[in-house]
Design a protein around this ligand. Structure first.
Ligand code: FAD
Ligand code: FES
Length: 297
């Protein structure tokens, strides 16, 4: 790895995990000292940029770095993805959120859908270190989008892969694989499901009749990430909670997923417009003039 020195917020290592999934290792000594599995950071990578929450997918306390893995889904994540090793991020705030409850539960199943695999990786790693028999089910739409397979192999007792189109692993959804395990008599003491809301809902509906406690990590729109704006409110049973300070993990059997999905689509039109104008601007600019958040690059 190149040595760029260690001013906080510098990207010390960057790698594309697939066409639209990027990994950044960021110098962030204070966050690296404090962060625990299940926590996230809020990043604003440039002065006029939006604040976005991203999970701390890994960390190295000795080097003082944290790792984020993100999918380029809209304007901010696509712009972030243009940054290279050595670039400075303007703000990295964290660690935020309540850490995952890590104990020796027995047999645990960690289910990650799409980029949710990056979010569940540190949780699976910590559960394994705590002495659990750790099974992971990782799924994506297609082979290209399966990430961290080797890392999961290192830290799990069993790993199952699924793709929607059957291009890798078993054809189908992660919930189909979980159903197969349950029907084969696998006794599961606790499960985690992290990915698109529709996937977490399917897993929670599957495990409910079996009484398998299922923890999900919710991804509502967040702004401050510290409990002030109310943007991330979610309904858990009869209670309204703020995912940034009360979560992001909650009992999947109590989450109102329909409300979450409705709230996630509130700004679809604006998000689409922002992405279109961003891509239009990028097409107009010569490659060597495309702005990055770090003018020193
Ligand atoms: C606690 C938490 C942890 C997350 N961890 C990861 C991660 O590790 N990797 C990853 O790829 N993604 C993660 N996300 C989702 C990520 O924050 C969004 O994909 C990102 O904000 C999209 O921004 P955009 O401008 O590129 O896309 P947009 O076009 O603005 O939006 C695309 C989608 O992202 C959602 N979104 C937009 N803005 C926000 C926001 N400020 N907060 C949350 N969701 C938003 C929208 O509802 C929409 O569904 C996490 C979200 C939360 C709440
Ligand atoms: S992001 Fe503002 S209250 Fe949670």
């Amino acid at each position: 790895m190149k040595n760029y020195g260690k001013p906080a917020n510098r990207i010390v290592y960057a790698k594309a995990l697939s066409n639209d999934v990027k990994l950044f290792e960021i110098a962030s000594p204070y966050i690296a000292q404090k962060a625990l599995p299940g926590q996230f950071v809020v990043i604003r990578h440039r002065e006029e940029g939006e604040r976005i929450p991203l999970t701390i997918a890994d960390l190295d306390r000795t080097k003082g770095t944290i790792t984020i893995i993100f999918q380029e889904v809209g304007k901010t994540t696509k712009d972030l993805g243009t940054l290279k090793e050595g670039a400075l991020l303007l703000d990295v705030l964290g660690p935020l959120g309540v850490p995952t409850e890590i104990e020796r539960f027995g047999t645990v199943v960690c289910i990650g859908g799409g980029v949710g695999a990056a979010v569940i990786y540190p949780i699976a790693k910590a559960l394994k270190s705590a002495g659990n028999r750790t099974i992971a089910i990782i799924g994506a739409r297609t082979k290209e989008l399966i990430i961290l397979e080797d890392k999961f192999r290192e830290i799990t007792d069993e790993l199952y892969l699924t793709t929607d189109d059957g291009s890798y692993g078993r054809k189908g959804f992660v919930s189909d694989e979980l159903k197969r395990l349950i029907e084969q008599g696998c006794k599961i003491d606790r499960s985690w499901a992290i990915g698109p809301a529709v996937m977490m809902k399917a897993v929670a509906n599957l495990t409910r009749p079996y009484g398998i406690r299922t923890i999900v990590s919710l991804n509502p729109i967040m702004i401050d990430g510290t409990g002030m704006c109310g943007g991330c409110r979610v309904q858990i049973g009869t209670e309204t909670k703020f995912a940034c300070v009360d979560g992001p993990e909650f009992d999947g059997h109590a989450v109102d997923f329909d409300l979450l999905m409705k709230r996630l689509s509130t700004y679809t039109r604006e998000e689409k417009c922002a992405l279109q104008s961003y891509e239009h601007e990028r097409r107009l600019e010569p490659a060597d003039k495309i702005k990055t958040s770090n003018s020193a690059l």
